[in-house]
Write a protein that binds this ligand. Structure first.
Ligand SMILES: [Cu+2]
Length: 366
């Protein structure tokens, strides 16, 4: 922890020196009295709930004052529908040229809990974990039969606890109208990679990679987030990665993930601000395979069981609302929602198309 703190402080002071130098032409350092950091952290009467809070999909946008906590619940509902090969839509009949089954609909619902604690005015620790539920339907083509879509459908469900993420968040900015948060997290493989559901081989069989609640791998989660407030306006950007450190116990690893966002927000009522956010996510290929799933009979039937059908680039647009009021009974709460649709998808191999992603969160600071 000590080494981590020193490392982050070093990077922080470099970033601060650079950004301050940019503004004043001189290299200066953040206000050492701590006032600046306090104003840019998230305790009572500070940035949480003001229009400077980032959209819900950006989770590393703020820190908390020393000794203060935040507990939050976030619900996520991701919907996928139909298929594509690369960046082009692919009909079921196109999929049947290579596989016997064509995925039709898939949802991932996730219940996430997050706890934040301000260790100092500049450093906040954050822990996240959850429970995920996957539902999938697939159309089947029987050799020699022409199936009308939906005629012969297989449904499958799996669920389990997710991986757990632990983060350290450093505020590098000493000003109350902007902040730069450096974050470093670790993904702990607490979620299973051996969950079961209905497959071609019957009930209670190992489900494919995309329906496993966990990754099975440790990973590093570096990130940087910049937030700026100007009157009723706010805007910001963030970038981060999920770098897998090892293969899981079954001998594979999901690809590294890289993401970046830019957003702008406007407080159009005293207690509501709206935001628009553009997000790009790139996932590398899945490396290795699960020996239970990776048998040729299976890989020729169901495209989700083929490791080469993982990874790709997706760009989405999100619209969000952040609710906060200073009314005493509600001042400690924030309610945030965000809804996104993809505008560009270029996926490796044959994969389901992302249709929408909904996030809703309730945060309580104390
Ligand atoms: Cu918080």
């Amino acid at each position: 922890m000590k080494l981590f703190s020193i490392l982050m402080l070093l990077v922080c002071s470099m970033v601060s020196a650079y950004s301050y130098g940019q503004e004043t032409g001189n290299i200066t350092f953040p206000d050492s009295s701590g006032n600046g950091n306090k104003a840019a952290s998230c305790g009572s009467g500070c940035c949480c709930g003001r229009n400077g809070q980032a959209p819900l999909g950006v989770m590393t946008d703020h820190i908390h004052e020393k000794g203060t906590w935040m507990l939050s619940y976030t619900y996520m509902d991701m919907h996928m529908q139909g298929n594509r090969i690369g960046s082009a839509n692919a009909s079921d009949n196109t999929i049947y040229q290579h596989y016997m089954m064509a995925p039709e609909n898939m949802t991932m619902q996730m219940h996430m809990a997050m706890l934040m604690y301000g260790v100092t005015d500049g450093l906040t620790l954050m822990a996240m974990g959850g429970f995920a539920i996957y539902n999938m339907s697939m159309n089947m083509s029987m050799p020699g039969m022409v199936m009308t879509p939906g005629n012969m459908t297989m449904r499958s469900m799996s669920s389990g606890i997710t991986d757990t993420r632990l983060y350290g968040l450093f505020n590098c900015s000493g000003k109350d109208d902007h902040r730069t948060i450096l974050s470093l997290g670790v993904n702990m493989p607490t979620g299973p990679v051996t969950a079961t559901g209905t497959t071609m081989f019957g009930a209670d069989q190992r489900v494919s990679y995309d329906m496993q609640p966990g990754t099975g791998s440790y990973s590093l989660l570096p990130g940087i987030t910049y937030v700026r407030e100007q009157g009723l306006f706010s805007y910001g950007a963030d970038a981060g990665a999920d770098i897998k450190l090892d293969n899981n116990s079954l001998g594979y690893r999901f690809g590294n993930v890289y993401h970046a966002s830019v957003w702008a927000g406007y407080r159009f009522l005293p207690f509501v601000s709206g935001s628009l956010r553009a997000e790009g996510v790139r996932a590398d290929k899945l490396m290795g395979s699960d020996p239970v799933v990776s048998i040729s009979a299976y890989e020729n039937i169901d495209p989700t069981t083929d490791p080469k059908n993982y990874g790709g680039t997706t760009m989405s647009l999100y619209a969000g609302l952040n609710f906060h009021t200073m009314k005493p009974a509600l001042a400690k709460f924030n309610l945030l929602v965000e809804y996104g649709v993809p505008v560009y998808q270029d996926l490796n191999g044959t994969q389901m198309s992302l249709k929408s992603n909904l996030l809703a969160g309730l945060q309580y600071s104390f």
